[in-house]
Design a protein around this ligand. Structure first.
Ligand code: BG6
Ligand code: BG6
Ligand code: GLC
Ligand code: GLC
Length: 917
């Protein structure tokens, strides 16, 4: 009995001595909790650095955005292929994910070797090999005839700007393939795949193995938001708040970040913890100076670390009685699997003995105990370091969520973690000690990253199909050159119909004579009142014109609101309101008694028999006052003044806004013979030869024609380019069937077209998460200025989103991108259509004058033209293309049409006076 005790005592003592000896020797590798907390703090700082725009380029820990934005939600389904390259084994998989109530994943897979010729060859060989393996797999599974989406797990650091792209930063672990670094591995893979005519796959996603692991585990546990690999290499990814990721635009939701924590310490920040053995490992590796944290932790290096330590101890006579074998001197002879075997609880000592003997050593009992302890220290350090970095991530997650306690799941994979007998327990224990306020579940990824890659691919697949639908919708707004030429030619025809006596009455482009027979010549003078009604603003103006050498125009104006109920009330109410505004203005200017001549800019189609007579043909845009159509608006204004019986005015001219604009610009540039409005409505006027205007007597000189081109297409002649959205907008308007061209080109309707498209996209679940909001159903929420604002190039996505939110549309950043695209498609088409129309006008003028080449100025006004960032550019471009023989200058009317109206009034007044005398 005593002998047994003595023996036990002897063994314990023996063990203690050995352990103490090793502990002393490896003092530096035993990390206290204080040190680990310090490492954790350092890693927290590294993460911040990697995420920040300015610090990122020099950050050691790269914190790479992965463009994976969510963990699986169970709605994933379909058949996918996956490649899993970069861990200890290369695998090709087929994954079948079915949704249908209960989640179900079926996987078939095959491992393929990665010989040194491949891992150390050149890029073409590598990707050809990968493609060959995939083809072989598809052949064996008899699935070559089918098209598959594919997810590529590629376990190396890649810079991604989207899911299906990845530029390799650098090789790590045991790969060193020439000509791949700094290139996109997805395009290389696709290139190699194209050589297989019978393989039809869509490579949709590149995922790091950590991401694959997180997604694999996330499929079973929705709480999983971290993925960790402790295998050949080591790394972690986690879900970060978008608002913290400077490198990716947008602040909506979260995105998975591949930390590439293996590179922690590459800037020297862990030098105080690295030992001579770590330095030696690094120097002997294929990437010296790189992945220093990984080299203290992962499976590729642990065995070698143990070997180097044993060698040094033997050299110092601390082991094997100082005897050293050739194998012990040989790099790579101790592997991580040996370390794991030696640390087994029961048979560990026996394993140690056998392994050492295989190394050509003759270990004593003491040696075996000591060697086993070396293994423990090395692998424990590995687990400790991982725990510290993971604790940093968990803390970050908790702080991001502003929680006191975090409950979360970490997906785990990697051979070291999976096969080392003590590793998981140690890691879990230390993590829980370092972050006591986190309840962590460690979930082993049983099936590898392939399943997760399929999940990511499933989401990508859905996005691709959604993108296709969006593209199809927007394509209906694209106009080919042929379309545009067609529009130009038809417009030319319609202009002729409007001018001809027999067809004038039924023409859709009305070609209304304006009785304005010349542009200003600088002799105009006097003091005038002007009204400007029908655009965004209603204005009353006082215009003072001086002629001669000190020629000048001075204007005073006031904007008045016209409430909707007046715009759409009775004619009497409308004109009473106008007169009320005039009265207010006269009062405001202190000229109540003065009987001034007045020019009335009235921006609607009027049939004129003289300059001061204009019968409203029909309301357009947002006006619909009763009892006005067919009536003379000058008479209506006179009567309203009479009704008020407070002042008298001499209404001398009624002028369309296009004409006012042409005159305003013509005052500065005599070559201005066209007036164009791209605003609430759309219209053009131009100087036509009298001989061409069959409905007006006389053949001498010219007269301005108000084309009222907004009605172009009302006979169906451009229906082939109208979309269903145009039709919806038309049907919801005040004048269905009328002004079809205007409804495709002007500010009042563009926003409505956009709204109809957004409604459609939402209905199809392509926008606003399929949720239709009250705002979206509200007519007129998108004003012209909204389009202009959203399409501004200077505007960040975030601001676009804010605008949408102000409109009551709860949009994500992706939504904002789509909305911007929709606006772009609609406004581009508008500018092109106007360009084609204008080309018809300038061409007509060129032909009228029998010129080879025409030089002409177009006076322009309107909020769409003035505010929209791209409208005017596209318009000009189109005119140039459609009318190459015309050199068109666009001149913006800075002063509005009031000035032009006053100029017309001045001339009319003079002629009138001459006539009277
Ligand atoms: C596998 C995953 O299970 O683990 C791979 O499917 C991953 O994607 C690998 O790279 C990591 O472990 P190891 O030990 O093979 O490097
Ligand atoms: C103004 C003119 O500048 O532009 C108006 O003075 C014209 O006469 C208007 O109707 C057109 O633009 P919008 O965008 O206000 O309809
Ligand atoms: C290396 C790679 C990294 C990978 C890890 C685990 O650290 O750089 O991308 O996740 O190994 O395989
Ligand atoms: C509408 C009107 C037209 C006006 C244009 C621009 O098309 O019918 O007269 O010129 O809008 O305001």
């Amino acid at each position: 009995m005593f002998a047994v005790h003595l023996l036990a005592f002897y063994f314990t003592k023996l063990k203690e001595d050995q352990i103490k000896k090793v502990d002393r020797f490896l003092y530096h590798m035993r990390l206290s909790d204080d040190v680990l907390l310090d490492v954790m703090t350092r890693f927290q700082a590294e993460m911040v650095k990697g995420l920040e725009r300015d610090a990122h380029p020099t950050a050691a820990v790269k914190m790479l955005p992965t463009f994976v934005r969510s963990i699986p939600d169970g709605s994933e389904n379909g058949d996918f292929l996956a490649l899993d390259l970069g861990g200890s084994k290369f695998r090709v998989l087929k994954v079948k994910v079915s949704e249908g109530g209960k989640q179900n994943v079926q996987m078939e897979s095959q491992f393929y070797p990665t010989p040194k010729e491949i891992t150390h060859g050149n890029g073409t060989e590598l990707f050809d090999y990968v493609a060959d393996c995939l083809a072989d797999f598809m052949e064996t599974k008899n699935i070559k005839h089918k098209k598959f989406p594919l997810g590529f797990t590629f376990s190396f650091p890649c810079i991604q700007t989207k899911l299906d792209e990845g530029v390799l930063l650098s090789w790590t672990k045991y790969f060193k393939v020439r000509g791949v670094q700094e290139t996109d591995v997805i395009s290389s893979l696709c290139h190699a795949l194209r050589k297989h005519k019978d393989v039809d796959v869509d490579v949709l996603a590149l995922v790091n193995d950590t991401v694959g692991t997180m997604m694999t585990c996330g499929y079973d546990d929705q709480r999983c938001e971290v993925g960790v690999i402790i295998g050949t290499g080591t790394n972690a990814c986690y879900m970060e708040e978008m608002s913290n990721i400077d490198l990716v635009e947008g602040d909506e939701g979260r995105m998975c970040i591949n930390t590439e924590w293996g590179a922690f310490g590459d800037d020297g920040s862990l030098d105080d913890l690295r030992t001579e053995f770590d330095r030696e490992i690094d120097l002997g590796s294929i990437n010296p100076g790189k992945q220093l944290f990984e080299k203290m932790i992962s499976g590729l290096y642990l065995g070698e670390l143990v070997r180097l330590i044993l060698l040094k101890m033997a050299k110092k006579g601390l082991l094997f009685s100082g005897k050293i074998s050739t194998a012990l001197r040989t790099k790579g002879k101790v592997e991580t699997k040996h370390v794991a075997a030696m640390e087994k609880r029961k048979e560990g000592l026996q394993n140690t003995k056998e392994i050492l003997m295989e190394l050509g050593l003759t270990p004593s009992e003491e040696d075996c105990i000591a060697v086993q302890h070396v293994c423990t220290i090395v692998s424990f350090r590995s687990a400790n370091l991982c725990a510290a970095a993971l604790a940093a991530i968990l803390t970050r997650l908790r702080e991001n969520k502003k929680l006191i306690r975090l409950r979360t799941t970490v997906g785990m994979d990697g051979t070291l973690y999976k096969t080392h007998p003590q590793y998981p327990k140690r890691l879990h224990k230390v993590v829980r000690r370092l972050v006591p306020n986190c309840d962590v579940r460690f979930l082993l990824s049983e099936s590898g990253s392939g399943k997760g890659a399929a999940m990511v691919t499933a989401v990508a697949c859905r996005l691709v199909s959604q993108r296709k639908q969006i593209d199809e919708i927007l394509a209906s707004f694209e106009l080919s050159e042929k379309n545009l030429i067609d529009v130009k030619n038809k417009m030319s025809e319609e202009l002729e119909y409007g001018l001809k006596k027999e067809t004038h009455a039924t023409a859709t482009v009305k070609m209304l004579p304006t009785y304005v027979c010349g542009t200003p010549d600088g002799t105009e003078k006097g003091k005038f009142l002007a009204l400007d009604l029908g655009g965004t603003n209603f204005r009353v103006l006082l215009v003072k014109i001086r002629s001669g050498r000190r020629k000048s125009v001075r204007m005073y104006n006031k904007i008045f609101a016209i409430p909707l109920e007046i715009m759409q009330g009775t004619g009497e109410e409308l004109f009473d309101h106008i007169v009320q505004c005039i009265a207010d203005f006269l009062e405001y200017m202190g000229i109540k008694g003065a009987r001034l001549p007045l020019g009335f800019t009235f921006s609607f189609p009027c049939r004129q028999a003289s300059i001061d007579k204009g019968a409203l043909v029909e309301w357009t845009k947002g006006f619909k006052a009763t009892d006005c159509e067919g009536e003379d608006v000058v008479d209506m204004l006179r009567e309203a003044i009479k009704r008020r019986n407070e002042f008298d005015l001499d209404i001398v001219a009624v002028v369309n806004d296009t004409v006012g604009t042409m005159m305003t610009c013509g005052y500065e540039d005599p070559n201005c013979e066209i007036g164009f409005i791209a605003g609430t409505g759309s219209n053009v006027c131009y100087m036509e030869e009298m001989k061409n205007i069959e409905i007006v007597e006389g053949t001498e000189g010219k007269m301005c024609i108000n084309t009222e081109w907004g009605g172009f297409g009302d006979n169906g002649c451009i229906d082939s380019i109208r979309t269903k959205y145009d039709k919806e907008v038309d049907e919801g308007s005040l004048n269905p069937g009328k002004q079809r061209y205007e409804k495709m080109t002007s500010g009042m309707y563009l926003g409505e077209i956009v709204r109809q498209i957004l409604i459609d996209l939402t209905k199809h679940g392509l926008l606003f998460r399929g949720r239709m909001s009250e705002s979206l159903r509200t007519r007129g929420i998108f004003e012209t200025k909204f389009l202009s604002h959203i399409e501004s190039d200077r505007l960040a996505l975030l601001q676009v989103r804010r605008i949408l939110q102000q409109l009551g549309l709860d949009s994500t950043c992706d939504d904002s991108i789509i909305v911007k695209e929709v606006c772009g498609a609609v406004s581009k088409r508008a500018a092109q259509l106007c360009g084609a129309g204008l080309a018809a006008i300038v061409e007509k003028k060129r032909k009228n004058r029998n010129l080879e080449h025409l030089k002409i100025t177009v006076g322009v006004d309107g909020t769409l033209y003035k505010l929209h960032p791209h409208f005017s550019g596209i318009l000009r471009e189109t005119v140039k293309e459609m009318a190459p023989q015309c050199d068109v200058t666009f001149m913006l009317s800075e002063d509005g049409s009031g000035k032009g109206a006053a100029l017309i009034t001045a001339v009319a007044k003079r002629l009138h006076n001459v006539g009277e005398n």
